[in-house]
Design a protein around this ligand. Structure first.
Ligand SMILES: CC(C)(COP(=O)(O)OP(=O)(O)OC[C@H]1O[C@@H](n2cnc3c(N)ncnc32)[C@H](O)[C@@H]1OP(=O)(O)O)[C@@H](O)C(=O)NCCC(=O)NCCS
Length: 178
């Protein structure tokens, strides 16, 4: 990644890969149609904490390839490769203006909301209240639920979308917690 705009991503990867960061591409008919990124919570771009919790930073299936169980395939691959995980966590958005991390989609993939906050964006659509949820999919019996450090979440907001997954710019402007 030679470009300056990827410097933060490169720094993140240098730290996260030795800690078990994984990025997988789904190739169908010689074309990349999807991706998933995940790591242990401590190497995640999100401020999710939890013992042996794997955080899914990103999942994406191209629109033209949706509806063929590819999303579930990537989730299943993550689960079967991370047998020591107590469970899997991610975030979800509700009433956000982008199609990213929609709560119903994360639920369809097997996650459930365990806590959340309602926020407004300070600059973009400042009148629109939306929710950010911590999503959880336990795997081990009696797995302890992860927690979200919402205070740091605001400070590392860029990492929320830009560092784990550079295409997402939703974290660029500051948020205001309600
Ligand atoms: C969520 C996502 C990964 C699902 O991928 P997909 O390959 O289309 O989903 P699948 O075919 O594996 O379907 C998963 C489940 O969702 C359901 N589903 C998928 N699309 C649906 C739709 N439009 N309406 C209702 N249900 C739907 C499927 O029926 C399936 O449920 P089932 O197991 O009960 O049958 C994909 O829509 C996506 O990339 N969304 C954007 C994710 C995102 O915001 N990424 C940004 C963060 S980095």
């Amino acid at each position: 990644m030679p470009f300056k705009r990827y410097a933060a991503r490169q720094k993140y990867l240098q730290e996260a890969i030795p800690k078990g960061f994984r990025k997988k591409l789904l190739i169908f008919n010689d074309e990349v149609v999807g991706t998933i990124e995940y790591s242990l919570a401590e190497a995640s771009g999100y401020t999710i904490k939890g013992e042996n919790v794997i955080v899914m930073n990103c999942i994406w299936i191209l629109r033209k390839a949706k509806g063929h169980n590819f999303g579930k395939l990537l989730i299943g691959n993550m689960i079967s490769n991370e047998k020591n995980a107590s469970g899997f966590a991610t975030i979800a958005l509700e009433n956000h203006w982008t199609p990213w991390f929609m709560k119903w989609q994360m639920e369809k993939l097997g996650f459930k909301a365990i806590e959340g906050v309602q926020v407004k964006h300070k600059i973009k659509r400042p009148a629109q209240v939306f929710a950010i949820h911590l999503m959880w999919m336990p795997k081990k019996e009696n797995a302890e639920m992860p927690t979200m450090d919402w205070q740091s979440f605001w400070r590392v907001k860029l990492s929320v979308w830009r560092i784990p997954c550079i295409v997402h710019k939703a974290g660029k402007a500051p948020y205001l917690s309600l």
